[in-house]
Design a protein around this ligand. Structure first.
Ligand code: GDP
Ligand code: ZN
Length: 346
């Protein structure tokens, strides 16, 4: 019988694999990658479904022999087989900003994963304002879940959406992501005191992802890596990332239309986020132009659009502030595992 499991963390050349069932007392194995996978250049990602070979039950180790074909593959953060992206925002503190929300939504829409919207801190605004947001976001094509992590409200609904699925959590800093994950997976919080500061290094770089198991089944990827909505897409594609425009009845009759000032364009019009569309379109076009001029600077140049006045809203999870805050969340990585194994040997 094949030993099948899911990669829940990657560090250097080691993969922590959670087995589908307990084998010989092991739920997890620390694995390397078989050289034949290396030879064919097969990368192993968090979320990958793998067949483990050569188990060494004594040591809790094994080797990944094969990867099951992926259903989805997210690049940033690198996560395989995730089904949805949970965008978490706060209604207040920080005040929900439609432009920023739009950016995250569009970034999520540009992946093959399903975006889910969740609005936290509902304890800070009254029912009427919640209702206003619900109506407004419905027009955008979304049906947000309103929660309060602090008051433990709405969490059941959210847990229902997360159960038995792999979800990538994203959102700006300060909205309650750490609090939420700590609430959903109490074991994450428990680990806080256990891990020494030295081990924290490298954990919250953008490339680092880890999957956590939800008590009701399903996996949660906590990573700072998703959130750099730099809208890398084709200008022609952008409109598809707005559900309310996507669903505009006749679409647009013109093939190369950017839905800007083309006469008789049916997308151009009276929907609330049309102005978001125009701004993001301008950025996308400017970005393409810039890359054409200086291809080498892609990663270092921050896009500026003269006169737009909205560029502050660019969420950048790699910002120092975010990294500092997310360190509060401490959990086990392969590094711990390797060190624990070493300690046991001593
Ligand atoms: P993160 O940066 O997204 O990980 O956000 P944190 O989890 O660190 O939370 C930021 C702040 O918001 C903390 O002071 C939390 O106590 C607070 N917070 C989280 N959830 C709620 C909530 O439901 N209501 C209120 N009023 N505050 C909350
Ligand atoms: Zn058009």
């Amino acid at each position: 019988m094949k030993i099948v499991g899911t990669v829940v963390a990657v560090q250097a050349n080691f993969y922590r694999v959670r087995l589908d069932r307990v084998w010989e007392g092991h739920q997890f194995l620390l694995c390397t990658r078989r050289s034949r996978l290396k030879k064919i250049g097969q990368k192993v990602m968090v979320g990958d479904r793998t067949i483990v070979e050569e188990p060494n039950w004594q040591e809790g180790q094994g080797a990944i022999g094969a990867i099951v074909p992926r259903t989805t593959c997210l690049e940033r953060p690198p996560v395989a087989n995730a089904e949805q992206i949970l965008l978490l925002f706060a209604l207040e503190e920080p005040t929900l900003d439609p432009w920023q929300l739009s950016r995250f939504l569009i970034q999520a829409e540009s992946t093959s994963l399903t975006p889910r919207l969740c609005l936290n801190k509902r304890d800070l605004i009254d029912k009427e304002r919640q209702q206003e947001w619900a109506v407004r976001l419905q027009k955008w094509g979304y049906d947000p879940i309103f929660i309060s992590v602090a008051q433990e409200e709405g969490l059941e609904d959210l847990e229902g959406v997360l159960a038995d699925r792999t979800t990538v959590v994203a959102g700006p800093s300060g909205v309650g992501k750490s609090s939420l994950i700590g609430k959903l997976i109490p074991e994450v919080k428990l680990r806080v005191g256990e891990v020494s500061g030295k081990l924290q290094r490298g954990r919250h770089t953008t490339r680092h992802v880890e999957l956590f198991e939800l008590p009701r089944g399903g996996l949660l990827a906590d990573s700072p890596g998703f959130n750099k909505p730099d809208l890398v897409c084709d200008a022609q594609e952008l409109v598809q990332y707005f559900p309310e425009a996507r669903s505009r009845e006749n679409g647009c009759q013109f093939r190369d239309c950017l839905h800007r000032d083309e006469p008789n364009c049916s997308i151009r019009g009276d929907w609330e986020r049309y102005e978001h569309y125009l701004l993001f379109l301008g950025e996308t076009l400017a970005r393409v132009e810039m890359l054409q001029q200086r291809p080498d600077e892609e990663t270092t140049v921050k896009l500026k659009i003269a006169g737009s006045g909205k560029r502050e809203y660019e969420p950048r999870l790699e910002s120092k502030k975010y990294r500092r805050e997310s360190r509060r969340l401490r959990h086990q990585t392969l590094q711990d595992l390797v060190e624990e194994a070493e300690e046991e040997e001593d």
